[in-house]
Design a protein around this ligand. Structure first.
Ligand code: CA
Length: 224
């Protein structure tokens, strides 16, 4: 389990990181919102611990932007004492839970455990191909011990690729099936999402590669 902490108070961020390590999680820290968003969009995190007041981009904007990209990672917001507006805005922006500063370490760990459990959900089925398994209930792509959470579009794309395996799927097919006929999305949207999926496959250390067939589309291949 990998957690991203976005918190500009360096000492607090460090305390959180050490606390999460003790709880058995890997944790990375970003000290501003812009870097936080960039890292969160990589999709390699199972949970975000997000402060509201941040330099470069505030936590609420970060969260709304993340959700607008279809990213469903659980988010635990840290809000300042008494700022009801922050808490309401946080939940409205797509936060899963909030903690009011100051909080006890044990309280934070309990929230983290609860949010991660919720994220596991109840998988109703999985689509498998080679060393990969795509879990329907949780939007997770799993390879051995590693797993990453996919956004809705990434999930739909990956499902189509796994269903077709080594058979080529055209960009038009992917565009229509994932974005719909009426969508304003263009073929380069497909390219962008394929590049997200490639990053995730490499993070998973999967042997499966998404191969581009020039002028035709994409298919899966198994490397060494
Ligand atoms: Ca702050």
């Amino acid at each position: 389990m990998r957690i991203l902490i976005v918190e500009d108070e360096v000492r607090l961020a460090d305390t959180l990181r050490r606390l999460l390590h003790r709880g058995g999680y890997s944790a990375d820290v970003c000290h501003d919102g812009a870097e936080g968003l960039d890292n969160a969009l990589s999709g390699i995190y199972d949970l975000l611990v997000l402060d509201v007041m941040l330099p470069k981009m505030d936590g609420l904007t970060l969260l709304r932007t993340l959700r607008s990209h279809g990213n469903t990672v659980p988010v635990l917001m840290l809000t300042a004492k008494g700022e009801l507006q922050d808490r309401v805005a946080g939940l409205d922006s797509g936060a899963d839970y909030y903690l009011t500063k100051p909080f006890e370490g044990e309280e934070l760990l309990a929230c983290v455990r609860s949010l991660l459990r919720r994220g596991e959900g109840t998988a109703s089925g999985a689509l498998r191909w080679e060393d990969l398994s795509l879990e329907q209930g949780t939007f997770s792509l799993v390879c051995g011990e590693r797993s990453v959470r996919l956004s809705r579009k990434e999930y739909d794309l990956m499902a189509l690729l796994l269903q077709n395996g080594q058979q080529v799927v055209s960009k038009e097919q992917l565009l229509v099936k994932v974005w719909g006929y009426d969508s304003a999305a263009e073929e380069n949207s497909v390219e962008v999402y394929i590049s997200f999926l490639r990053r995730k496959l490499s993070h998973l250390h999967s042997r499966v590669r998404i191969t581009t067939r020039r002028m035709v589309g994409y298919c899966l291949e198994v490397g060494e």
